[in-house]
Write a protein that binds this ligand. Structure first.
Ligand code: PEP
Ligand code: MN
Length: 263
């Protein structure tokens, strides 16, 4: 179902008055994690003013260490809904389990399945049963073929609203958190009709690379970007080192508009 051979036209996913996969670049921006009402409502207004189309923010966080901040959980989701009401931006957030999916899918505009769950086949099957767009991130060590097969799991259940995301893969390189595989965007677009977006933040793990990698992603034809933005990156509860400040996001949006259509 994800294969372009049987579906030559690009899939366009409609979310409210926004689209992903059409002839414009979708911009999803916001903090790694929801930390407080003030934080998420302010950042929602800031990224909206800069021209983002969607708000991201993690409530359920897949952290490497069980002792790290695990996200505000359900309370975080409530705050995201308040930020959506305040800004008008649809919300993108990760769920990590079938239970979270069942309990919360109605509240979320785009449901993120993270890199670590890309091959959680039971979760993918459950995502296939709901009628909400799924943002499926590439696993850290997954091939393009494996990513497409995971999309297939969701689509086989009847949910064809799948957005793929290249977020960097593990290589021998340690300077960056992951290695951004821009050729994957080209490969996926050749093999599949599904929209593909790029996450330069988790790929690089370094805030100062985010602008240039964003431009590069748009230049190779990505359908969108998901970017971490935080008011005070050095005090962020998660991923501060890869988060850009709202001012920098605003200037990035200006330069992206020179190379792509962003409404
Ligand atoms: C995230 O988007 O905050 C995240 C945890 O991403 P990934 O699953 O790509 O690591
Ligand atoms: Mn993050």
């Amino acid at each position: 179902k994800a294969n372009r051979t049987f579906h030559p036209e690009n899939t366009i996913i409609n979310i409210g008055n926004q689209t992903i996969g059409g002839n414009q670049v979708a911009i999803i921006a916001g903090p790694c994690s929801v930390e407080s009402r003030e934080q998420i409502v302010n950042i929602a207004q800031e990224v909206k003013a800069a021209g983002a189309g969607f708000l991201r923010g993690g409530a359920f966080k897949p952290r490497t260490s069980p002792y790290s901040f695990q996200g505000m959980q359900q309370e975080g989701l409530e705050l995201l809904k308040q930020a959506r009401a305040a800004s008008g931006l649809p919300i993108v957030t990760e769920i990590m389990s079938i239970k979270q999916l069942e309990n919360h899918h109605e509240d979320i505009d785009i449901i993120q399945i993270g890199a670590r769950n890309m091959q959680n086949f039971d979760l993918l099957k459950a995502a296939g049963q709901i009628n909400k767009p799924i943002l499926l991130k590439r696993g850290q060590s997954a091939t393009v073929e494996e990513l497409l097969m995971s999309a297939e799991y969701i689509m086989a259940g009847g949910n064809e609203k799948v957005i793929l995301c290249e977020r960097g893969i593990r290589t021998f390189e340690t300077y960056t958190r992951n290695t951004l595989d821009l050729s994957a965007v080209l490969a996926i677009k050749r093999l599949s009709h599904l929209p593909v977006i790029v996450d330069p933040s988790h790929a690089a793990g370094l805030w100062w690379m985010v602008d240039s990698l964003s431009k590069a992603a748009v230049a190779v034809g990505a359908d969108g970007l998901i970017i971490e933005v935080h008011q005070d990156p050095s005090n962020a509860k998660c991923d501060g080192q890869q988060s850009i400040k709202p001012e920098r996001f605003t200037s990035l949006m200006k330069s992206l508009r020179e190379i792509a259509r962003i409404d």
